[in-house]
Design a protein around this ligand. Sequence first.
Ligand code: BEZ
Length: 211
Amino acid sequence: MSLRLGDIAPNFSANTSEGVIDFYEYLGDSWGVLFSHPADYTPVCTTELGRTASLKDEFEKRNVKVLALSVDSLARHEGWIKDINETQHTQVAFPIIADEDKSIAHAYDMIHPNASETTTVRSLFIIGPDKKVKLQITYPASTGRNFVEVLRVIDSLQLTANYSVATPADWKEGEDVIVVPAVSTEDAIKKFPKGVNIVKPYLRYTPQPNK
Ligand code: BEZ
């Protein structure tokens, strides 16, 4: 059974490039990004892990802990990390899980047998401090993910969690946000002192509250 938004992300203990990790302990009170890739020593995966490593400060700024996963061995991860660091001009400083028995891949439904019987697809989960799944995306092996989009979604999720606002299509940091339907216009006017632009009773914008 696959995970759905709002489900509790299963805990696990894993061998990783940074030692044995208990997922929940590793996350603590932080947000988490858990993402799988099909295989070590493959080109698209090399760029994805390099990109994630180079965005370290951006993830830290947002209080997000990152974990990658493939079904390759720890020995392969360790050799490949050297290649990633060399070719992507970065330092991988987050754990890569060696899920050789595929137990985590199965718990998170990362193996899609009609795509590949043996390797994980490009699944990505954003997990909140409450350990619930806030977002999941699945990409095919041939398409590298957009990690700027991952950061954008994290920003949106954190705005919703902290300020009861949603973000419109193509929203970018600094642009106006949307008052969620659960907040009445009367309450919105009190809650958002920067102003509420009421386009329709159900479509109300306010400047980004944390700017
Ligand atoms: C890659 O990471 O480049 C890749 C992995 C599996 C299939 C195709 C591409």
